[in-house]
Design a protein around this ligand. Structure first.
Ligand code: SAM
Length: 160
């Protein structure tokens, strides 16, 4: 895609994406129906959103209720994937994609730390997301585990 470039932005022609095959484990329900309505980043006091697991992955939620927070990975499916230099402010000043949290990236994976409010069957209700309604869900991880490296001044984390 070489159209719709902002001043000084650079698009590239990338190799075909044949080196990984993701399995979407569900989708995300949010109140955000357009990109313009999404926050730039999720907020702890943002609206309730739902991670809807599809069969057979709902069984994988067992044990998640012990955690207050999780990290969610999602596929920013409406993003273009070819901009190596981007102008976030549309002012001609460009930055490399890997210095930005822009949704426009070669592999448009979004990452958010969310608060887990409750679990209802195959759905996890959370706060802290910034994605479009219907965004595909890639993965969900508790935000710490027994092997989390503790900060030097903190005791080791004993959660499983
Ligand atoms: N929190 C994630 C991160 O840091 O990796 C994503 C941050 S990105 C700046 C969030 C923006 O991506 C939203 O404000 C919206 O403009 C855009 N966005 C949200 N859902 C999207 C989707 N499914 N496809 C493309 N763009 C999306």
């Amino acid at each position: 895609m070489s159209q719709n470039l902002r001043e000084n932005e650079v698009a590239v022609t990338a190799a075909p994406p044949t080196d990984a095959a993701l399995r979407f484990i569900g989708h995300i329900r949010t109140p955000f129906t357009s990109r313009a309505l999404c926050p730039r980043q999720g907020r702890p006091d943002g609206p309730e959103c739902r991670l809807v697991l599809r069969a057979p992955w709902a069984a994988g939620l067992a044990g998640l209720e012990r955690f207050e927070f999780a990290e969610v990975l999602y596929w920013l499916h409406e993003s273009r994937r070819d901009l190596v230099l981007q102008s976030p402010k549309s002012d001609g000043a460009v930055r490399g994609v890997f210095s930005l949290r822009s949704p426009v990236r070669p592999n448009p994976i979004g990452l958010a730390r969310v608060a887990i409010l409750r679990i209802e069957g195959p759905e996890v209700i959370v706060r802290g997301l910034d994605c479009l309604d219907g965004t595909p869900l890639i993965d969900l991880k508790p935000d710490h585990c027994a092997y989390t490296v503790a900060a030097p001044d903190k005791p080791a984390d004993r959660a499983p």
